[in-house]
Design a protein around this ligand. Structure first.
Ligand code: PMV
Length: 317
């Protein structure tokens, strides 16, 4: 009997500073607009893939699960490569499906682990392309630091290493509940919003401005464009039928607190994804003050902190 072939990969979530929300009308899960993100450290998905059994078996935190998106990702890989039945064991050391981009780190880790276990020999760009087809934001978690996802390839690309501009992120967790409307469903509905064309067109400008701000390490300019992109995405979500309202009262209270800090000259800005958590992005010297401020906001359950981390990697390599 041959030994099972196994590989473990790790990946971190990423947070978009220029958001994508909506798909291009073509196959391959291609975003309608470019995005720019930071990959975090500290929060990690760990996925072990073992060539085993007669059919695929997937476990999340050691519980057997049926996950349509994981199945679709494996089917997609099998359309290109000869891949035997697999056992997939995955776990996150942070809340799943609550706006902390667990699908981003999840699919970056899955594709990286399958590549290693089945010795496919894929380059990072090819893994990013495959991860994007499962969950577009996952394309960015293949890389570390500041990452762009843009045309024409729609594969993540590193823009600037995290060491070159080591921003800090304080995540205010305001709820552990799983979100009620998935990103894919929400995006489908938002495409019919009258705001959608304006969102797509103007995001190209935001992307160019944010890219420039990162390369110049211009915190104020990045803060302006990131908050604008975030609020504009939530504006589009509100102008969707049925409306997508991912915030709770503590989400808004955190945003107000961060705006007040910034108005007082503290180098911090906020961003919020398809969930109620608020991410405060700051210069390292401001982290303690930001934590002290968010800790006292009513409804904040706990704070997580992160720096900028690397791209997906295989354990032991
Ligand atoms: O690719 P998905 O399905 O994980 O959607 C990500 C959507 C946002 O997190 C809200 C924005 C983004 O660009 O990451």
């Amino acid at each position: 009997m041959t030994e099972p072939v196994s590989a473990t990969a790790h990946a971190h979530p990423n947070i978009a500073l220029v958001k994508y929300w909506g798909k291009a009308p073509r196959p391959g899960n291609v975003p309608a607009s470019p995005s720019l993100s930071i990959t975090l450290d500290g929060l990690t998905t760990t996925t072990t893939v073992t060539v085993k059994g007669r059919e695929d078996a997937v476990y999340l935190d050691d519980q057997p699960v049926t996950d349509a998106k994981i199945n679709a990702c494996l089917d997609n890989l099998r359309r290109r490569f000869d891949i035997p039945p697999l056992e997939v064991r995955t776990s996150n050391d942070f809340p799943t499906a609550a706006g902390l981009a667990s699908s981003a780190s999840g699919f970056a880790a899955l594709v990286t682990a399958v590549d290693a276990a089945c010795t496919l020999g894929l380059a990072a760009a090819a893994r990013s392309d495959l991860a994007r087809q499962a969950s577009a934001s996952a394309a960015r978690s293949v890389f570390g630091g500041f990452v762009v996802l843009d045309e024409p390839e729609w594969q993540g690309r590193p823009l600037l290493g995290g060491d070159a501009w080591p921003l800090r992120v304080v995540v205010a967790v305001t709820s552990d509940a799983a979100k009620t409307v998935s990103s894919s469903e929400g995006m489908r509905a938002s495409a019919a919003s009258p705001y959608f064309p304006g969102w797509v067109d103007s995001t190209r400008e935001d992307f160019a401005a944010a890219r420039f701000a990162v390369l110049e390490r211009d915190f104020e300019q990045l803060a302006d464009v990131a908050e604008h992109s975030c609020l504009k995405m939530h504006g589009l979500m509100l102008a969707t039928r049925p409306a997508l309202l991912y915030w709770n009262p503590a989400t808004l209270a955190c945003i107000q607190r961060i705006r007040a800090l910034r108005a007082d000259g503290v180098p911090v800005f906020f961003t919020v994804d398809a969930g109620p958590q608020v991410k405060a992005v700051c210069l390292p010297k401001a982290q303690d003050e930001v934590m002290a401020a968010l800790q006292t906001v009513e409804g904040v359950q706990r704070l997580l902190t992160a720096g900028l981390g690397g791209g997906a990697w295989v354990a032991g390599q």
